[in-house]
Design a protein. Structure first.
Length: 426
């Protein structure tokens, strides 16, 4: 498809250039029988032709450049083997993933894409803690984003990385020889990598294991997964021109080096609206020095929602080359090539005024604890909340609106006005 567009773009460019040159030659003396124009007029025509050539060639060159980037992106990220096993020091590879047990996948044309009877597109987002100075890779953050394909409403559900006794899906239960995963869920990603049969078509077996479990926890089918490591977040935020969020209190952070030869970095973020580059966003999202795991979860969801809210189709198109480079280097996904047009069009349909973020954290969503004091999720309450958010988003938003005393809601951190963003970016 992309190669066809590139060829068509070249042919159209050649035709348009030929048409303009042909029109010019009809005015050039001795070329065709025509009235001989004066020198000044001929010079004016030549200058006009030069301008038209520039105006014609540049858009085609840009289109060709974007098409070439797109072709490189979809052939390197959305096709290939399952990437690097956790613990590898190279960047993530590409993952065409196996078919989901809850939804059917298209492997031919976009028209055959099927997101299931729920009329939703749901993606598991895994933030891996793989990076310099770390052994292995675990699912440091686990979020599930779901979009109502009719209304455009968005919900983001966060599953704590330290919950234990989580249910296992059929494929994972068969591979691990148990129906419940006794350890904390962030290690399930690593455990899945020991069983390539979870992704027989060459995808990411760790992501497949986490997807099955996340689906059982939330009670909804999950269509695709996307895995990104720490430097991936840095690169993506930088590619998008940064991200703006609101802090309820100041934050002081000292961060270990992310790359070999790097130095510790210290940050001070004041309360209020802050604009972050990639490294600052990572420090904000992962900080635990003056907070806990669950506050960190909320900040991670805040970054994701802010990036979605602050980048429409125009911004994504303008920054596409940098975004494509960041995706190619860092993203591990089973989203098929033919889903890309759907994803691009879907951004126009999103209702950013109806985006909901929920974290299933103690004490509200916990039914008990293990002997090691790890929380066990109350699956009944979790699923009830998911149903309420998905079926009655307006009521949920109204019930969680800012109060006169707190002035904050779960969505306050990424609800930034244009004026506040402009001031923070200066």
């Amino acid at each position: 498809m992309l190669l066809g567009l590139m060829a068509f773009n070249i042919l159209l460019l050649l035709f348009r250039v030929f048409a303009m040159v042909d029109a010019y030659l009809t005015e050039k003396p001795g070329t065709y029988p025509s009235p001989r124009p004066g020198g000044a007029r001929l010079g004016l025509i030549g200058a006009a032709l030069g301008l038209l050539l520039v105006l014609t060639v540049v858009p085609h060159a840009v289109a060709g450049y974007y098409a070439a980037i797109s072709h490189d992106l979809v052939t390197s990220v959305f096709a290939g083997d399952g990437g690097d096993q956790p613990g590898s020091t190279s960047t993530s590879g590409s993952t065409p993933g196996s078919g989901s047990s809850s939804t059917s996948r298209s492997t031919t044309t976009e028209a055959q894409l099927d997101f299931g009877p729920d009329e939703r597109m749901t993606i598991l987002l895994i933030g891996s803690d793989r990076g310099y100075g770390r052994k292995g890779a675990r699912a440091d953050s686990i979020n599930v984003a779901t979009v109502d394909l009719k209304t455009g409403s968005v919900a983001l559900f966060g599953i704590p990385r330290n919950v234990a006794q989580t249910p296992l899906g059929k494929k994972t239960a068969k591979a691990l020889g148990k129906t419940t995963y006794p350890d904390i869920i962030n290690s399930l990603y690593t455990a899945g990598w020991q069983h390539p049969e979870l992704a027989p078509e060459g995808g990411d077996p760790g992501a497949e294991a986490v997807r099955e479990t996340a689906s059982l926890i939330l009670g909804i089918p999950i269509d695709y997964y996307a895995v990104v490591d720490m430097m991936g977040l840095v690169d993506m935020v930088d590619a998008l021109g940064g991200v703006t969020v609101r802090l309820s209190k100041p934050m002081n952070i000292t961060y270990a080096p992310l790359e070999e030869g790097g130095e510790k970095v210290s940050y001070h973020f004041p309360a209020g609206v802050n604009h972050f580059d990639g490294l600052e966003a990572l420090a904000y999202a992962r900080n635990r020095s003056d907070s806990d795991d669950y506050s960190r979860m909320a900040r991670q969801r805040c970054i994701l929602m802010a990036l979605l809210d602050q980048n429409g189709v125009a911004e994504l198109t303008l920054r596409f080359p940098k975004i494509a480079s960041a995706i190619k280097k860092n993203l591990n996904t089973d989203i098929p090539i033919d889903a890309l047009p759907t994803l691009i069009r879907l951004r126009n349909k999103l209702n950013t005024e109806q985006m909901i973020s929920v974290g299933f954290v103690p004490p509200d969503y916990v039914s008990g604890r293990t002997a090691e004091r790890y929380p066990i999720l109350d699956l009944v309450k979790v699923k009830q909340t998911v149903r309420t958010v998905l079926e009655q988003p307006e009521q949920w938003l109204a019930a969680h609106a800012p109060t006169p005393t707190s002035g904050e809601s779960p969505n306050s951190c990424w609800k930034i006005s244009d004026e506040e963003r402009e001031a923070a970016e200066r």
